[in-house]
Design a protein around this ligand. Structure first.
Ligand SMILES: [Fe+2]
Ligand SMILES: [Fe+2]
Length: 249
């Protein structure tokens, strides 16, 4: 139940935060002015889709909380902390690009998990239905952000490609890494069962199958990057190797 809460809160904050901030940014005539008019207009639809995903995720969270009386833990999702860290490390002029690439990564990764969940019989029906609803929209968003990336990447000067490209593994991990702080906080609520929550979490996230599923979930985005020749830049390729995200696509 706590994992569900964390998952739903992740979705709310992702949609209302960086993803819809990116939609607003891209909708402005001054940012990526070369985007075709139709693609500028499509952003309004994506913006409303994402708001709806936030609303339905929040509605499921409150339903579960009201039904069970179990309060969600208070936490700031890991991806938001990581995003703040990445912004802080960059000059203000690069920050909109960091946000844009975070959205390109998240919008091309999210479909993978959303299409697996509805088929998983070990997941409760209400959660499977929520994921299936969300997946329908995200299939279209995936196509949109993929198209955007294919137009954007070749327009970027090589030094900018290297700079942003070398940051992409950290952006991917910001989205996919298990939220260790949230997990520790959850387990700490059950001291009789988990005497040392931080150790349990640290050992869990290092399990080979956790790592493998992370790399597996990154596959759609890695494939897209490979197809656009991103890994032909040795500095970018080395950054992906360093973070254990091999371009096996
Ligand atoms: Fe969404
Ligand atoms: Fe989306």
């Amino acid at each position: 139940m706590h994992s569900l809460y964390v998952y739903l809160e992740f979705t709310v904050q992702l949609e209302l935060g960086p993803v819809n901030e990116t939609c607003l940014l891209l909708h402005s005539p001054d940012f990526c002015p070369w985007l075709p008019a139709q693609m500028k207009e499509d952003l309004l639809r994506i913006y409303t889709d994402e708001a709806a995903h936030a609303e339905m995720s929040h509605a499921l969270l409150t339903t579960v909380r009201d039904h069970t009386g179990v309060e969600p833990i208070q936490h700031r999702p890991y991806f938001l902390q990581e995003l703040s860290r990445l912004y802080a490390a960059e000059l203000p002029v690069y920050r909109p690009l960091v946000k844009l690439f975070f959205s390109i990564v998240s919008e091309t990764l999210i479909t993978g998990s959303l299409t697996k969940l509805p088929k998983d019989p070990s997941v409760q029906q209400a959660v499977r239905e929520l994921a299936a609803d969300h997946a329908t929209d995200e299939g279209l968003h995936h196509a949109y952000f993929r198209r955007l990336f294919k137009s954007l990447w070749p327009k970027m000067p090589a030094p900018l490609q290297t700079k942003i490209g070398a940051m992409l593994p950290e952006i991917i991990l910001a989205f996919l890494r298990p939220d260790e702080v949230a997990m520790t906080h959850m387990l700490a609520g059950y001291p009789d069962v988990f005497g040392d929550p931080a150790r349990v979490v640290a050992e869990t996230v290092e399990l080979p199958r956790v790592r493998e599923s992370l790399v597996d979930n990154a596959a759609p985005t890695l494939r897209m990057l490979a197809q656009e020749g991103v890994f032909s830049d040795p500095a970018i390729s080395a950054a992906f190797d360093k973070h254990g995200l091999r371009q096996n696509a």
